[in-house]
Design a binder for this molecule. Structure first.
Ligand code: 5GP
Ligand code: ZN
Length: 115
């Protein structure tokens, strides 16, 4: 699995950097955000180092499907599924991306405003 030695989330996925893990399997890891913006705020990431959703190709289709399936399962586990929740991925600095390793923000447990 391609790993960037300088990447924070690669380090978390490998277990070298501690996190409060919510899910882990061969391709996807999920952990609680260190600075939660909602009562439930979990990051769902591929183990593979992909900089953002802008770098996804058709070959990533199974991985992306699995990322969303894991997020939905975690939402059910966390008890936020019935009330509704948000999945967001930021791309680039202007959108608020601060960690250049693809991640889904899974947020819920409070009403969400838009955008
Ligand atoms: P972005 O701003 O790139 O969309 O999201 C990055 C997220 O990673 C932020 O919500 C931030 O709070 C979270 N984050 C940054 N560093 C760490 C860390 O060391 N551990 C955890 N669990 N989350 C982090
Ligand atoms: Zn990475």
């Amino acid at each position: 699995m391609a790993r960037d030695p300088d990447c924070l989330f690669c380090g978390i996925a490998a277990g070298d950097i501690p996190s409060k893990q919510a899910h882990g399997d061969d391709t996807v890891v999920a952990f609680h955000d260190i600075s939660p913006r909602a009562p439930t705020h979990i990051l769902v990431i591929p183990r593979e180092h992909i900089r953002s959703a802008a770098d996804l190709t058709d070959e990533h289709a199974p991985l992306v499907g699995h990322l969303f399936a894991v997020a939905a399962a975690i939402a059910r586990d966390q008890g936020i599924a019935d009330a509704g929740y948000r999945i967001v991925t930021n791309i680039g600095r202007g959108a608020g991306q601060t960690v250049d390793h693809l991640h889904l923000h899974l947020m819920g447990g409070r009403p969400m405003t838009w955008p």
